[in-house]
Write a protein that binds this ligand. Sequence first.
Ligand SMILES: NC(=O)C1=CN([C@@H]2O[C@H](COP(=O)(O)OP(=O)(O)OC[C@H]3O[C@@H](n4cnc5c(N)ncnc54)[C@H](O)[C@@H]3O)[C@@H](O)[C@H]2O)C=CC1
Ligand SMILES: O=C(O)[C@@H]1CCC=N1
Length: 279
Amino acid sequence: MAKLDERIGFIGGGNMAFAIGSGLVARGIIKPSQVLVSGPHIENLEKWRIIGATTTEENGEVVTKSDIIFLCVKPHMLTTVASQIKSSVVATTREKDKVFVSVLAGVTLAQLAVSFDFMTTLKMVRTLPNTPMQVGEGCTIYSPGSYVTQHDLEKVDLLLNSLGLAQQVPEKMINAIGAVTGCGPAYVYTVIEALADGGVKQGIPRQMAIQFAAQTLLGAAKTVLQTGKHPAVLRDEVCSPGGTTIHGVHELERGGLRNALINAVEKATERSEQLGKQS
Ligand SMILES: NC(=O)C1=CN([C@@H]2O[C@H](COP(=O)(O)OP(=O)(O)OC[C@H]3O[C@@H](n4cnc5c(N)ncnc54)[C@H](O)[C@@H]3O)[C@@H](O)[C@H]2O)C=CC1
Ligand SMILES: O=C(O)[C@@H]1CCC=N1
């Protein structure tokens, strides 16, 4: 039994869209028949058809036939897409309660409003999701535009929260939080790979090393969330005086892991701001 009756549309069927769409279908939040996806080349949307979704090359069709419409193109495509869907938006959104959900990194609600200036009352929610939504462990932040009602927001919140954690935040925080949550999976995959490399260097078979490294990150993350303890306290619980771990931690500090992660978040935040200006 689907938990949401709304028809869900995706304009742009790439990685982020598929993480959301396939996650919703896999968890039974919606039925595949509720999903419509558009992209410029229908042959590239095969993975959507495999999960039972309908595909089209017409972005306007997604607007016309969906209730909640995810904008999932790259930021620089926003103006093009807005002009491609203009007539469908004008024809169908006035009388119907359609809600648009942008996942575009860096693009503000004000910039979205400029791109959709032909429909000044458009209901738009700006989000910054992440790809672990595909396995129901996503982390999404969102801010609603002026015309989004409480009822609309509850629907969008239900949908996003069904794939992990989703939380409303002041819009000015989205770029910085997104640099942690949206980009974070890429940093963490690098850490998993590197940790596994360490194991491989010590003679552990690659697949085994990856599985153990990933499970270790999962366990550590759950421990932080479930105990509520500061990560430094939990780290101290692992570091026996004169033991093995503190020798490893010393090497991480020497290698600048902490510094590198802080810099990564700073650079990604700055890049979000640049992307917004370019859209
Ligand atoms: N990949 C990620 O982890 C995250 C991505 N985002 C945002 O998601 C958006 C999409 O990023 P990805 O999925 O990573 O990129 P992607 O390249 O995988 O997907 C973009 C899709 O847009 C399609 N497209 C291009 N022009 C189009 C048009 N005129 N009409 C319809 N579709 C068109 C492309 O064919 C492609 O499938 C970006 O704005 C990005 O900032 C946000 C958070 C996380
Ligand atoms: O790299 C990007 O621009 C997108 C936004 C956050 C994660 N991926």
